[in-house]
Design a protein around this ligand. Sequence first.
Ligand SMILES: [Mg+2]
Length: 385
Amino acid sequence: MILHLDMDAFFASVEQLDNPELKGKPVIVGKSSGRGVVTTASYEARKYGVHSAMPIFEAKKKCPQGIIVPGRMERYKEISAEIISLLGDFSPLVEQVSIDEAYLDISGCRKIFGGPEKIGADIKKKIKATVKLSCSVGIAPVKFLAKIASDMKKPDGLTIITSDHMPEFIDKLDIRKVSGVGKSMTRQLEILGIRSLGDIKKYSETALANRLGKYGHRLIAFSKGIDDSPVTPFNQAKSISAENTLSMDTLDKEELKVYLLRHAERVGRQLRRHKLRAGTIMLKIKTAEFKLFTRSMTIKEPTQSTEIIYRKAVTLLKNFRVDKKIRLIGVGVSSFLLETGPVQMELFEENREQASNWEKVDRAVDGISEKYGKHAVKRASIYDE
Ligand SMILES: [Mg+2]
């Protein structure tokens, strides 16, 4: 099963989140000068017919009381990264398609997280709790339908198309909803009397392919519920990270360490699930002035242990001079080795034993989390050097 997630009116919702005065009001994100266009309109603004890609002057006419705010890409990216990193907890196969959209292959997750309904609801809950924003989720046996499903009950929707319902759904599906069917294609299809995706089946494949070219083949496959495009995680092989924006900027390293542990846990769990070890540990810090710093270190023995990642991140933090308040903190790992690959043993016997003990702890924690949920175990660690 494939899950498609789409944040609701993302940029406008972030503006409303950061500035409560904008809540419930028609917010239009875009450049108000010159020939600016609407990037995102809040649902309140959409009621007046304002939509993205509309020229700002037209939006102003349709919705004179609309509050126009310039976009803050930096901030949107920050929240987007947080969302993507939490999706990694649900499936190792996460494909981010835009700043506010991602696909997850959840086929292998049933055992751990339950059926599609449960996973969809849990992801929505987790996002709401973490970034305080709503999203819409669609789940279907194939990618193109998952995307259509996520759009069906916006905002805050959850739509599931099971394989049993798929044929009926396809038969009724408005062909204009299918990705790649633009205006001129719609016209061509209308001439053939094709209005729903199911109508495609009225024609022979060769006739359609002749008429519509390459895309004809695609529509034929879609009409049978076939979409071979897999969920392709990119970057995944390069780095894994977790980060969060603090609810309040801080200078307090002890407080920051609590976040480091949480992130190390997430990153470590993902490494173990992917059967990878990382040779580089990275600390990411953003100050209240939006200045970004990264510090990294290479470790002699690649690891997948939460504790070791945490300790290294703490060391990096200790060496970082915190003189400006911090608004975001993250932990990342890279330089991967496959779990089965040769691991250089450069530690003293004693330390090696300790490292392998930590791995036993990790395995135990992972086991309990898989069975009873991630919050069943909390590490008490907060280790001190
Ligand atoms: Mg969206």
